[in-house]
Each structure stands twice: as structure tokens, then as C-alpha cells.
Write a protein of this length. Structure first.
Length: 298
């Protein structure tokens, strides 16, 4: 017997998009398998010009059971701004996010809603896996954490994907995504969210992160996000965390030597910078060994 749809009193899914209509169609298609009553999908187009392909796709879905809303982001550009705009117009009691190049598996929203409804959790998330180059390869995200999520569990790395679910009221209370940040605004939001209460990560792998090897996902100025988070949250996490973030900034700038690690360890009176150096040296050796094995197989 089929499960009855959950009446979520409207769940709003915010999907920022920019010039990727084919991938957007795949993302939207994955929402049809959620078996959720009153599902609202808000597509926020970050394109400055008109997006005929996107609008034609919406016309094709006009008679669907999903309420699809299309709006253009006329303000500051970027995914964070588009997500904030989408939340502002959302009708749902609960909101969640889906990147236009990612997709989700059936049952995800049912599980998340059942855990979030009536609980004290500020948000609910699940596990993720990566599909590369149109499903030519699949990998589970390494070292994912599950269960109760507190501030101390994500301070050194954000393990919550962008598809987390929470109430619209909570999102607005926390202040939405910080548009002043260069990147890592999702990590910053989760930090601020966990300052007011814990979250939950369900041990189910149903958020699919798409990686195209021809499309870089990490910006060359990724270090700026670490610098901004260090300035914003340094007082919250203390010296060990400050030393770690400083070490990461040096590494992302390709200026992280053993000498630098020793200097930082002395400055902050802790061994964290040396641990970071040793970890990435080990990672570098592993990559070299893997490349050697690959060359032998050719």
C-alpha cells in the first residue's frame, strides 16, 4: 500500500539557478518523487537577462502537482542572495534548499519532515554522496557525522549540506545568509544556527552532489571565506580554532611550509598548526602514490 502524502502545511524548496536549464530540469524532476502534499518550489533565477529556456520549462510543468514559482533576483547576485530572496517569498512553514546542479532521492523530505515536526531540533539534514560526470562515478562523502549536531561538531569542518531543512521563522530569526561573505556563507549560517540550538543529521544518503570535472566548484579565493569566518567567529571558538583557521588560510594560499606551521604553533601555543601540516603532507603523499599506481596500469 502506498504511503499517504504528508501534509506539510506547505514545504517550500528554494532552488537558485544560473544558466543551467538542463541540470535545473533534473533537479526539479527529483522533487516529483517526494510524495509531499502542498510542495512549493521557488526557482530564483540569478541571470540578468531573460531566461527563455527556464520559463519554457516552467510552462511545461504548469499542470503538475507541484506549485512552481519563478522569480528573478534583481538584487545582489550570487546563490546566497537568491536563497534569501526565495525564503522571503516562500509560503511554507518549513523551507529547504536544492542547488540546480544537484538532486535528491525519493523519501528524503518525508524523513526530514517527520523528524522536524514537533521536535526541538533547529534543523534537520541527511547524508550525501557525490556523482561525477553524469553518474559515471559515485562516491560517499567521507567522515560524515550523524545524530545530534552541536556547535562543537562542525567548528572545524561544515558537514551539513546545503539541503538542510528548518522553519522559515528560524531562518529569519537567525538573519539568513550573510551577503557580506565572499564564500562559506552556508558554514557561517550553520554556526549561527547552532548557537541557538542543536540540529539532527539522519543517517540516510539521499542528497546527491553533482561534480563535473570540467566545471570548477571551488573558487581561487576560497581562503577569503576562512579569513572572514576567522574574524567573525574567532572569539567564539578560541585559540585552537583560530590557529587551525590561520593554518588553513596559509595552505589555501599555497604558503604553508613546515616553518610556517612551527611559527603558528608557537604563536598560538598549541600543536594544531603542526597537525594540519602533517595531515596535508600525508594527503599529498597519498595522491602521489595513487598517481604512480594509475600510471603503472596504463
Amino acid at each position: 500500500m502506498k504511503d499517504k502524502p504528508i501534509n506539510s502545511n506547505i514545504l517550500s524548496v528554494i532552488v537558485p539557478t544560473y544558466r543551467r536549464p538542463e541540470l535545473l530540469q533534473r533537479a526539479i524532476s527529483s522533487l516529483y518523487c517526494q510524495n509531499i502534499a502542498n510542495l512549493e518550489v521557488i526557482i530564483v533565477d540569478d541571470e540578468r537577462e531573460s531566461s527563455d529556456v527556464t520559463e519554457k520549462m516552467l510552462l511545461a510543468n504548469r499542470n503538475s502537482t507541484i506549485d512552481i514559482v519563478y522569480i528573478k533576483n534583481t538584487g545582489k547576485k550570487g546563490a546566497a542572495s537568491s536563497r534569501n530572496l526565495g525564503v522571503q517569498v516562500a509560503k511554507g512553514r518549513y523551507i529547504t534548499f536544492l542547488d540546480d546542479d544537484d538532486f535528491i532521492l525519493p523519501g528524503r523530505y518525508r524523513r526530514m519532515l517527520s523528524e522536524l515536526n514537533g521536535s526541538s531540533h533547529k534543523f534537520v539534514s541527511t547524508g550525501r554522496f557525490y556523482e561525477k560526470n553524469d553518474l559515471s562515478k559515485i562516491e560517499i562523502g567521507p567522515k560524515q557525522i550523524f545524530g545530534n549536531i552541536s556547535l562543537e561538531r562542525i567548528n572545524y569542518a561544515n558537514d551539513i549540506d546545503i539541503g538542510f531543512m528548518l522553519s522559515k521563522e528560524t531562518f529569519l530569526d537567525v538573519g539568513g545568509f550573510d551577503l557580506s561573505l565572499t564564500n562559506l556563507e552556508d558554514w557561517d549560517f550553520i554556526i549561527r544556527l547552532l548557537k541557538i540550538g542543536n540540529g539532527l543529521k539522519i543517517e540516510k544518503f539521499d542528497y546527491v552532489v553533482s561534480i563535473d570535472s570540467n566545471r570548477p566548484r571551488v573558487s581561487n579565493d576560497y581562503f577569503k571565506g576562512y579569513e572572514e569566518l576567522l574574524e567573525k567567529h574567532g572569539a567564539t571558538f578560541g585559540k585552537d580554532w583560530q590557529s587551525f583557521m590561520t593554518a588553513m588560510i596559509c595552505r589555501l594560499k599555497n604558503k604553508y611550509s613546515l616553518g610556517t606551521a612551527i611559527q603558528l604553533s608557537r604563536k598560538f601555543h598549541c600543536s594544531k598548526p603542526l597537525s594540519v601540516y602533517m595531515r596535508f603532507q600525508a594527503h599529498k603523499i597519498k595522491k602521489i602514490a595513487q598517481a604512480a599506481r594509475n600510471s603503472q596500469q596504463l
